[in-house]
Ligand binder design. Structure first.
Ligand SMILES: [Fe+2]
Length: 704
């Protein structure tokens, strides 16, 4: 089948600038041509405006969307200074997020005419063509280059080439027509018997670095190294034939095979078989992109994660073996063991990928790769792994919501690519993740493994507003020149200790735990206690994983993504000295005692009965031990009933401040050795709104 290969993602380095310019220009036009050709499979005008599935826009949106993406990104890159068509661009920019795209804006659209959209596409095509021909080019093209953004636009169009082909496949048959450029494969036969193949343990290296000369999306950069335990993997992708066993065993009706989320999905859509299977009397047929055919039993089944997982659970129940989906790490181990390499640039891939073969799946036993078939290509393969950022992850400034919003534990990675996965999608380093109920040209390979899938913890961004604000308060930037508050308090406390023993410290009301870590620079052992398990979760996560990620509100719904690491704060070497506990400062367990220092920062005016703490705190301190209290004395009845306030009211007709109250409550056992002094802190609410608070610090020594 001699035919011209669909061009590969360009190498963004080299010596010949003009040749590279031309290669990128060809890549650009070939991509747009192929994308426009996809829409030729739509039968008529109505096919553009009817939604294939209720959660997604009609295809007219996708015809315009990829051009608007260029406009938006070229504006960000400073390559153009004005919108090309503000009215169309406001329509076509909505719902752009491939990864969480079912959060569809339901606004009513008065979609433009197809011809108008085609003219718009031509306009954008001409502008980008001119930019490619004219703007200065230096090689290599790095992540910061405006050229990177042009290639981003092309790769984005290739993603939509695939996702729009899925939408067309989901369209009613009456809206599509066969097309010579989109002919499916014809060969089919008996499915082979699947078998398990042993894979020895091994190390996998994932991630790439920014000097890699091929375009990548932000989530591919950084690094992740893992030891993969030995496992077994299916020789073939699960075929329609193999999956039929599950359907016939009433797998869809058996609740126990389905994970909770999958059960809810199945009930909601009343699924009884794979979505592209069509029942006709006692026969099964398969819906392809532009036609329906007799069921090709030896082609891979296409399902969402939930169905794949339920199949594995059924297999496990039948066999007593630990069937499950592979993790992302295990997929890379298969790739390594099969000794695969990237899609060749000048000849057809030895895999059903990159449109090098036909516009459909092939039998599962046609593309041998090592001892296996289809590690790469044919259909995407669901994994157990929710997408997470590699160490060193960084968002691209021109597409800051490409992947960060998907680090939420709800988007699972698919690997390997399908017959229509082109450009970046076809690379070994590609990382695409979708909601688990989503359909792509995706199926699965099962593994049998005793090891539970290792899921990366702590990869999610904290998005709760209060927790994020505290993460920034404790570990983030400084604002208006006000030094980090918990760090300052820890330093004040340590300075006040002089040469007293520094074995054990207690950070009471530790919140996100910064002072706990700071004290561990000096003490042998530091306990952080907070009433809120969610707050100490941040400290625990830093101690365990060395990293905290959170979003900060910039304005309205716009956020920025932050990451802080213990090593970046110089605290990595002390993490073994800290321990966090959830606890009530007014009712602490007896074991929390024997401290040389207790720090109570911004705590007393949040307690329901501060006297319970203040009148017994000496029992937790060693004789001569130091107590630091910091508080803005913001007494509020929502936290502390009025009669329990330490001060801040008139008593016997005179003002009675909190410091007066502290002296009364602590006086029997403590001597005030420093303060009061004022220590300010800033909590960032949005990019332009901050709380500036003054905390009063007093330092006490236990004298009795
Ligand atoms: Fe998009």
């Amino acid at each position: 089948m001699p035919k011209q290969l669909f061009p590969r993602s360009p190498i963004l380095a080299g010596d010949n600038v003009e040749a590279k310019r031309e290669e990128i220009r060809e890549y650009f036009h070939a991509t747009l041509d192929r994308y426009e050709q996809l829409f030729e499979t739509l039968r008529d005008g109505e096919a553009y405006y009817k939604k294939p599935i209720s959660l997604r826009h009609p295809l007219i949106f996708y015809l315009g969307h990829t051009s608007t993406f260029f406009t938006n990104k070229l504006l960000l890159a400073g390559l153009i200074t004005e919108r090309i068509d503000p009215r169309l661009e406001s329509m076509f920019a909505v719902g752009v997020d491939e990864m969480s795209w079912d959060d569809l804006n339901t606004t009513h659209y008065d979609w433009p005419l197809i011809e108008e959209v085609r003219l718009y596409r031509t306009k954008i095509r001409d502008i980008v063509d001119r930019l490619i021909r004219e703007i200065p080019l230096t090689l290599p093209i790095g992540w910061d280059s405006p050229w990177w953004t042009i290639v981003m636009g092309i790769e984005h169009e290739r993603i939509h080439l695939e996702t729009s082909s899925v939408l067309i496949r989901q369209h009613a048959l009456e809206y599509v027509i066969p097309h010579p450029a989109w002919e499916p494969y014809r060969k089919t036969g008996q499915a082979p018997e699947n078998q398990l193949i042993d894979i020895s343990e091994g190390t996998v290296h994932l991630g790439k670095n920014k000097s890699d000369p091929v375009f990548g999306w932000d989530n591919e950069y950084g690094s992740h190294v893992a030891e993969v335990a030995a496992f077994q993997a299916g020789k073939y992708l699960v075929s329609n034939q193999e999956f039929l066993g599950f359907v016939q065993a009433n797998g869809y009706g058996a609740e126990n095979y389905w994970e909770e989320e999958g059960r809810a999905w199945r009930r909601h859509v009343r699924a009884e078989h794979p979505v592209f299977w069509v029942r006709q009397g006692s026969q099964w047929r398969l819906r392809l992109m532009t036609k329906e055919i007799s069921m090709p039993w030896d082609w891979p089944v296409e399902v969402n994660y939930h169905e794949a997982k339920a199949f594995c659970n059924w297999k496990a129940a039948e066999s007593g073996l630990s069937y499950r989906l592979p993790t992302e790490d295990e997929w890379y181990r298969l790739y390594d063991v099969a000794a695969l390499s990237e899609v060749p640039r000048a000849e057809p891939a030895p895999a059903n990928i990159h449109l090098d073969h036909c516009a459909s799946s092939h039998p599962v036993n046609e593309f041998p790769q090592g001892e296996f078939y289809d590690i790469v290509g044919n259909v995407w393969q669901w994994t157990e792994t929710p997408i997470y950022p590699f160490e060193g992850f960084d968002v691209h400034p021109h597409y800051d919501d490409f992947s960060a919003p998907t680090f939420d534990g709800r988007h699972n990675l698919m690997k390997g690519g399908s017959w229509i996965s082109c450009g970046n999608e076809s690379l070994k380093s590609a990382r695409y993740a979708f909601r688990r109920h989503f359909f792509q040209h995706a199926g699965f390979r099962y593994v049998v493994a005793n090891a539970a899938p290792s899921i990366q913890q702590g990869s999610q961004y904290e998005t709760d507003k209060l927790l994020s604000e505290y993460a920034e308060f404790h570990y983030g930037d400084t604002y208006f020149g006000v030094p980090n508050f918990p760090k300052t308090l820890a330093e004040l406390a340590v300075a006040a200790m002089g040469d007293k023993p520094q074995h054990k410290a207690l950070d009471l009301g530790c919140a996100s735990g910064r002072a706990t870590f700071e004290l561990a620079r000096h003490f042998d052992e530091v306990t952080g206690i907070d009433f809120s398990a969610r707050f100490i979760g941040q400290g625990v996560q830093l101690a365990d994983q060395g990293r905290l990620r959170y979003t900060l509100t910039d304005e309205g719904e716009l956020v920025s993504y932050k990451e802080r690491t213990l090593s970046g704060l110089g605290l990595d070497s002390v993490k073994h000295k800290v321990a966090f506990f959830q606890g009530d400062a007014c009712n602490l367990k007896p074991l929390f005692a024997g401290y040389d220092l207790i720090l109570a920062a911004n705590l007393i005016d949040r307690l329901y009965d501060p006297s319970k703490l203040l009148t017994t705190i000496q029992t937790r301190l060693n004789p001569g031990g130091v107590l630091l209290i910091a508080s803005p004395y913001t007494w509020l009845e929502e936290h502390t009933k009025r009669e329990a306030w330490v001060g801040g009211f008139k008593r016997d007709g005179e003002s009675f401040g909190t410091l007066d109250g502290l002296k009364e409550m602590l006086g029997k056992y403590f001597r005030l050795i420093q303060g009061p002094r004022e220590v300010p802190f800033i909590i960032r609410e949005t990019r332009r709104k901050f709380q500036h608070t003054i905390s009063e610090v007093t330092i006490w020594e236990r004298v009795a």
